[in-house]
Structures are given as C-alpha cells and as structure tokens.
Design a binder for this molecule. Structure first.
Ligand code: SAH
Length: 251
C-alpha cells in the first residue's frame, strides 16, 4: 500500500461521502430564496460542483439548465451516474470538466453562478473577480465560504486556520471584498452545526474508520489531518462556519 499518494487517499475519502464540504439542502434553499425572481429557464453554473450536491438541488428549485464544472473526473462520474438514475437529461444538465480559475465560457453566459465550498481554492475575492464576467449584467452569484464568526477565536482555532487558510475573512470583510469585486450584497446565511455534521463530518468519521481498517499506516497522515479538522470544529463551537454570500453583479 506504500504506493498510495496522499491525494488518492483524500479522493477515496471524499468519494465515499454524500457531499464534499459542509452544506445541506436546507442551507442551499435558504440561500436560493434570497434571490429575486429568476428568468423562466435560467442558465446556471455550479462551479467546483463535486458530486453535485447543490447541482441537483438547483435543478429541483428551477426550470433552468445547470452547467456543472469540476476539475476531477471521479466526482463528475458520480454526478453523471446520479443524473442517469434520476432521469435528468442533457437538456437540463451539462457536465463539464474544467478549471474554475480558467473557465472557457462566453462572457455573460449565466443568470446565476452557484458554488459551495470551493471558492476558497481561488481565494474569495479573486474568485469573485474571476467569475464576474461570466454573469449577465445584474446576474446573481451565491457562494459558500468558511468565515470567522468571532474576532476572538481560541488559540487552537486561530493556529489551525492560519496554517490552512490564512486569508479567511469575517462576514464584514467578505462583504467588503464582494463590493470591491463589483457586486451588491443581497444577503448572507450562516450554516448551522447540523449542516457540518449530517452530510459531512459524521459520514467522514465513519469513512475514516473504514479506511483505517483497509489501508492502515499508509493512509494515516491524511486521515489524522481530517480528524484534527473535525475535532477543531467540535471543540470550538460558534467560532467559524460556512456562510453563504448571495450577491448581484453591479453593472
Ligand atoms: N460543491 C461540492 C464540492 C466542494 S469541494 C460540495 O459542496 O459537495 C471542492 C470541489 O472543488 C471539489 O469537488 C474539487 O474537485 C473541486 N476543485 C478543486 N480545484 C478545482 C479547480 N481548479 N477547478 C474546478 N474544480 C476544482
């Protein structure tokens, strides 16, 4: 098992989970209902879609077409299998392998860009800047982003996030960043603790136990890192959470 590279182990862990970041149908809906009425058949992009947790919710919430983009084929394969099971055709769902930092869509292609738990990979402000032109003028974007909820985090939480995501903002600083990137703020929605546990950390704990039994020492570093992230969340309630930012492109 020594040929297992850490990324493969991480991928195996993530593929065994119902979603690949904190979130829930209820949280997606709470962000969606903040939007003003959309066109009858909106063009929607789901960037960093993973296995499509939010893409399938958006298909249910609208009559539109969702273009689901992710860099990693194994996630897209799972998304494709689920689309087939649910009888969702190509008229409603386009699955595209692509880099969300270098998208090749036409300008102003979308009424709505959705992205859960992925914009941090580009950095919040840079991601918003990079995606803005793919929206129609006046179009909408909803992104979820891990965010400080306190100005006085514990030493443990501060140290973890300084290493993992040093530019993590507060709701206020992210709203300022969104305005600088050319958006108006429609609203924000803070994910609750259950949004982290039910479909993400609880199944992740179970998957870590399974993988430890299968892979043994070869997977230990990756699994221990993930466990540390879960323990941090458990031990520091209310200090940080994912937050949805629902925005409108200005001009
Ligand atoms: N939105 C999904 C997945 C979030 S995890 C959910 O909430 O379940 C982040 C996702 O971003 C992963 O699926 C990962 O494969 C994808 N990703 C990472 N870098 C990317 C890039 N440069 N371009 C597109 N997708 C990327």
């Amino acid at each position: 098992m020594s040929d297992l590279d850490p990324f493969k182990i991480f991928l195996d862990l993530q593929l065994g989970l119902p979603r690949n970041g904190p979130g829930s149908r209820a949280a997606t809906e709470a962000a969606f209902v903040m939007l003003p009425p959309l066109p009858d058949k909106p063009e929607i992009a789901d960037l960093g879609c993973g296995q499509g947790a939010s893409a399938f919710d958006l298909l249910r919430l609208t009559n539109g077409r969702v273009t689901a983009v992710d860099l990693f084929e194994p996630f897209l394969e799972k998304l494709g299998e689920r689309a087939e099971e649910e009888g969702i055709g190509e008229d409603r769902l386009t699955v595209t392998r692509g880099d969300m930092e270098a998208l090749s869509f036409e300008e102003a292609a979308f009424d709505l860009i959705w992205s859960e738990g992925a914009i941090y990979l580009l950095g919040f402000e840079h991601g918003l800047e990079a995606w803005r032109n793919f929206l129609k003028p006046g179009g909408f974007i909803a992104v979820s982003e891990c965010t400080w909820l306190t100005a006085t985090p514990s030493d443990e939480a501060r140290a973890f996030w300084e290493a993992a995501y040093p530019t993590m903002g507060t709701i206020a600083s992210n709203c300022e960043a969104a305005v600088r990137a050319g958006f108006e703020i429609i609203g924000t929605h803070v994910l609750n603790e259950d949004d982290w546990w039910a479909e993400y950390y609880t199944p992740m704990r179970a998957r870590i136990a399974e993988m430890r039994a299968t892979y043994g020492e070869a997977a230990e570093e990756v699994l221990a890192n993930e466990e540390a992230e879960i323990a941090l969340f458990e031990n520091n309630p209310g200090q940080y959470s994912y937050v949805f930012y629902v925005l409108r492109r200005k001009g």
